[in-house]
Structure formats: structure tokens, C-alpha cells
Design a protein around this ligand. Structure first.
Ligand code: PLP
Length: 434
């Protein structure tokens, strides 16, 4: 697999280089030089394969011989060790649940696969790989649990004190081993600024082998294609083969992976992006003008993104052609009040408790169906378990949340976080153990 930069199509880097650098120097994003087409026979018979078999086939098509098949198979089987079931709520509406991994959010697919790929490529190197990540909640948990116990790596997570939910904090702070949590006396932006400064610190980079677990890393994008194929396989097993996927979107990495799957030959009728009031992409699709704004805080806070970093990838997939984009992607935007109404509707109509992000996807899937009725399955993606968002869900609904077994166990574990002031020198001393 060779990759180019969206800012320089003549550039070519290896998969390994793209994994460790996350971003090309020119600040574009890495894209596969060739998007492989899967064998039509594989797609035709896809309902006969398991999630892991599908994941391996898709990963090998993309990654090629950068990782030998036996090793890639091990990575896939170890990383994707939980299900992503499609559940029908009524004959035309289904939810693809992506929260059955260790951090109860879809980011587990990306983080678990990336951590194992990084661990694999690091074996040859001698220096410990220091992974730095700032989180507003979901990313940190997925990265912590993804890298937990991965040899040759050490993870430092910065999270804003008092600004993540209980389950999220427990997932960040109860691990020990190669995972360290810093509870920052500041905001998510402060955490991000500290991490950014560390990456730009030449002296520090001489001393430590730093890498980011950024959501734009190609090794996080690839495994997110797996569950689109798997969802289609499940539908096909039930005789359904027309599908519209609706994806709750913030940085547009999730839907970007779906679109990549489509380009590899997955038969999808259409994609719908649901957003909160951070609506840069919906405005772009409507007007053709890309006009990012500072992010606004909402109930669906994992989607509070003013300038979605994966959008350039999606534009690249569609040759930067607005008509092609509009042909394949629609989008709808919801404010907090509507999001709450969406959660209520899901609960009252189907007894389904959803997190705010998932409710936005549900609303957008219904809006699309109303605008474009037809014989197809509307599948909306559930990106997180509702137990992670107690503040975003009305109490009378939240009390029906069924906690996963693991979440109950977390509550009894001691918190292992160190406090940190928003002070770069202190952060640096911590990293270099001075
Ligand atoms: C990260 C996240 C999203 C947004 O996904 P993108 O790939 O950034 O569009 C949506 N929902 C939840 C629960 C998340 O954690």
C-alpha cells in the first residue's frame, strides 16, 4: 500500500510511514494511491463470511504486502474481537450498534487496530513508542483500552478535569500498566494545545519517540470500513440488499470509511450525515462554499467539530466534484432540543435508549426517508452506548439504560490519574520523568 497526500498527489509514502506520522508534512491527509476493488463474487457471497473474515479480506486488499497475511490475520483477529450487530427496530429501520467493544464506542475499531499495527511495526525499533492523546471523552477511552498491554508502547492521555462523564473517566484512569492519565486543570483545548506543543518540541522529539493516536491516522480509518461490509452481510443474510447508511458525524472519519467501502465495491444506495449545530458540511453541501466556524458545545459533544478534518478525504474520494458528492451524500442538522426529542421518540416508539449522537443519526435517517421514500433499509449507526452520556439523556429515559457488565466492574477500580496544571514545562518534565 502506498499513500499520497491530498495536498500533493506526487508524494508516495509507505503504510508504515503514514501510520507513524499521521499527517504528511504539507498538512494534507494521506490517501491510498489505489483504491482496490473487491472481487464481486466476495460481495455476492458476503453473507457467508464472519466479521473477522470480512475484516481480513478488506484489510488485505487495502494494505497489500506491507504486512504479511499471517501477521495481518493475527492483528485483525485480535483487534476485532467484538460484534457489531444490525438490529431492526421496524421492517424498514435498523440500527448498527458499534458500541460492543471495550470502550463502548465505535472508536474501538480504529484504536484497537491502530494500536496493534503500531505495535507490530515497532517491534523492529528499539525505542519505546510514546503515544500522546488529548481527549474530550471518547477518544481517550478507546485509545487507552486499545493500547493496554500492547508491547513497546506507552500512552499518555490528557483529559479536562470534570468535563468527561463518569464511565469515560473510569475507562481512562483505571488501567495502569502502559497507560497513564493526566487530569488537566483546564479545557479540552488546553489539553490539545499541550499535546501539540510536545509534538513541535524538537528537543523532546530527540529524547522520546512520540506519536499521535489522531483520528485522521490511516490505521484508524481502515478498520472502520469493516463494519459497513459486515452490516451489509447481515442485511443480505435477511434478503435485504438496498441500504442507506446514516452516520452521526463530527470529524467525518466514520462516514469517510463508509464512503471508502463504497468505493471498494460495497453496494450502498446512499449515505446520510447527521450533524449537531456544528454544520460546516451540511452548509457546504447546500451552498458549495466551505466555511468552517469555531465549534459550539452540544449534547452530542463527540461531534462538536467546527472544521471536520476528514472532509478533505471525502472530497478527494469524489474528485472534489460537488455534484458527485451531492449524488452520494445528504446531510441534516439538529439542535439540542431536537436531539432530545429524537431520543424520546426512539424510546417511546421502540423502547430503545440511544445516546445523543445516535439520536441525531436516527433523526437524519428518518428525514432522508421522508424526502426520498423507497424500498430500502434505513440503517443508522449507533456510535456509543448511552451509559457514557448521563448528562445528555433525560433522567426518565436514562434510568432504563442497561449497563454493560464491564461498566459495573469499572466503578469499583481505583482512579490512577495525576493532576496537571496547564503548564507546558510541567508536562514536559512529566514526560521526561524529571
Ligand atoms: C467520535 C464520535 C463521533 C463522531 O465520529 P467522526 O468520525 O468524528 O465523525 C460520533 N459519535 C460518537 C459517540 C463519537 O465518539
Amino acid at each position: 500500500m502506498k499513500l499520497y497526500s491530498t495536498n500533493n498527489k506526487d508524494l508516495r509514502v509507505s503504510f508504515k510511514e503514514a501510520v507513524f506520522n499521521s499527517l504528511p508534512q504539507d498538512r494534507g491527509l494521506y490517501m491510498p494511491e489505489v483504491i482496490p476493488s473487491l472481487d464481486p463474487l466476495f460481495i455476492k457471497n458476503i453473507h457467508q463470511y464472519s466479521l473477522q473474515e470480512i475484516a481480513f479480506t478488506v484489510a488485505s486488499a487495502l494494505i497489500g504486502d506491507d504486512i504479511p497475511a499471517v501477521d495481518l490475520k493475527k492483528i485483525v483477529e485480535d483487534a476485532i474481537n467484538f460484534d457489531a450487530p444490525v438490529k431492526f427496530l421496524d421492517p424498514e429501520t435498523a440500527v448498527l450498534e458499534l458500541f460492543h467493544g471495550p470502550s463502548y464506542a465505535f472508536k474501538d475499531f480504529g484504536a484497537r487496530f491502530m494500536s496493534r499495527v503500531m505495535g507490530y511495526f515497532s517491534k523492529q525499533g528499539d525505542k519505546l513508542l510514546d503515544v500522546l492523546v488529548a481527549t474530550s471523552g471518547d477518544t481517550g477511552g478507546a485509545v487507552a483500552l486499545g493500547f493496554l498491554g500492547v508491547e513497546g508502547t506507552r500512552v499518555t492521555i490528557l483529559y479536562p478535569k470534570g468535563k468527561v462523564s463518569k464511565v469515560q473517566e473510569e475507562q481512562l484512569t483505571t488501567n495502569g500498566k502502559n497507560i497513564r492519565a493526566l487530569e488537566v486543570e483546564g479545557t479540552f483545548d488546553d489539553c490539545q494545545a499541550l499535546v501539540k506543543q510536545a509534538f513541535n518540541d524538537t528537543e523532546l522529539n530527540r529524547e522520546l519517540r512520540l506519536t499521535s493516536a489522531n483520528s485522521i491516522n490511516i490505521a484508524r480509518l481502515i478498520p472502520q470500513t469493516f463494519y459497513y461490509f459486515w452490516a451489509y452481510a447481515q442485511l443480505k443474510a435477511q434478503g435485504v440488499d438496498e441500504v442507506v447508511f446514516t452516520v452521526p458525524s463530527g470529524n467525518f472519519g466514520n462516514i469517510g470509511a463508509g464512503l471508502l467501502a463504497y468505493k471498494m465495491g460495497l453496494p450502498v444506495k446512499h449515505f446520510v450525515a447527521g450533524t449537531n449545530v456544528n454544520d460546516t458540511v451540511p452548509r457546504f453541501l447546500a451552498s458549495g462554499a466551505y466555511d468552517p466556524k469555531p465549534s459550539v458545545q452540544t449534547l452530542a459533544n463527540a461531534m462538536d467539530v467546527g472544521n471536520p478534518s476528514n472532509w478533505v478525504r471525502i472530497q478527494d474520494l469524489f474528485d472534489n466534484d460537488l455534484d458527485k458528492l451531492r449524488n452520494m451524500i445528504s446531510s441534516y442538522t439538529y439542535n439540542d432540543e431536537q436531539t432530545k426529542a429524537g431520543m424520546r421518540e426512539l424510546f417511546e416508539k421502540y423502547r430503545y435508549v440511544a445516546c445523543p449522537h445516535t439520536a441525531i443519526a436516527y433523526l437524519a435517517s428518518q428525514a432522508y426517508k421522508e424526502e426520498y421514500p423507497g424500498q430500502y433499509a434505513s440503517v443508522f449507526l449507533s456510535t456509543a452506548h448511552p451509559c457514557k452520556f448521563p448528562d445528555g439523556i433525560d433522567a426518565d429515559i436514562f434510568e432504563h439504560v442497561v449497563y454493560p457488565e464491564g461498566a459495573k466492574e469499572l466503578a469499583g477500580k481505583p482512579k490512577l490519574a495525576e493532576p496537571l496544571q496547564v503548564d507546558y514545562e510541567m508536562f514536559k518534565d512529566y514526560l521526561t520523568e524529571k
